[in-house]
Design a protein around this ligand. Structure first.
Ligand code: UDP
Ligand code: MG
Length: 203
């Protein structure tokens, strides 16, 4: 695909960072390769959630080399949900991607998520088809967590799904209206409604 054939839309990518200095450069260059193919206009927003390593300095170096990088610096570690909220608040794209920096979410899946968004879905989440490499305990606790949440709440939360997703501008705006202090993002994504769908991948 060449730049001329790309649609005139802006895509934001929000990446929460807590002590990710080791993996961040590799993540960044994999992400750039994907985004250059995908969008004529994009921004990458790194949210440093009070990292105690050099993540923030590394992010500033990446920004110095690439003008499409933005940085949000939190004053201490607030946790991933707060970091995501801070990133979503400043993201200005027509679509906003959320992805972890630790490469457990493959940047190469982003085009499949964006494709569904272009088809008209407001929320497209990445659902793992297998939990290879995760411990029995993690699988067991995850399974029961989703069973229990399903019983406690009317809002259905998709299983085997993290924060890795793309959301439309109006879905991000709806999420932004919810200002819970103790945010359970996966519950909030599901609660806002709109057309939502999954893209499956092997982790
Ligand atoms: N993260 C964060 N603040 C925290 C913990 C994690 O911003 O207090 C970031 C982390 O750098 C990564 C993402 O959130 O980009 C997911 O974190 P982690 O890999 O620890 O979570 P898991 O894979 O267990 O969901
Ligand atoms: Mg992780």
């Amino acid at each position: 695909m060449n730049a001329a054939s790309l649609l005139p839309e802006k895509i934001s990518v929000v990446v929460p960072l807590f002590n990710e200095e080791a993996v961040l450069p590799q993540f960044h260059f994999r992400l750039l390769r994907v985004m250059d193919e995908l969008a004529s206009e994009y921004e990458i927003i790194y949210v440093d959630d009070g990292s105690r390593d050099r993540s923030l300095a590394v992010a500033h170096n990446l920004k110095a080399a690439e003008a499409r990088v933005g940085i949000v610096e939190l004053s201490r570690n607030f946790g991933k949900e707060a970091a995501l909220t801070a990133g979503l608040d400043v993201a200005s794209g027509d679509a906003v991607v959320i992805i972890d920096a630790d490469l457990q979410d493959p940047p190469e899946l982003i085009p499949s998520l964006i494709e569904k968004w272009r088809e008209g879905f407001d929320v497209v989440y990445a659902t793992r088809t297998s939990r290879d490499g995760e411990s029995f305990l993690k699988k067991f606790t995850a399974h029961w967590f989703y069973r229990l949440m399903g019983k406690l709440s009317d809002t259905e939360i998709p299983a085997d799904t993290g924060d890795f997703r793309v959301m439309s501008r109006r879905a991000v705006a709806a999420l932004g209206q919810l200002r819970e202090q103790h945010r359970f993002m996966k519950g909030l994504y599901a609660w806002i409604g709109f057309r939502q769908t999954a893209v499956l991948y092997r982790r």
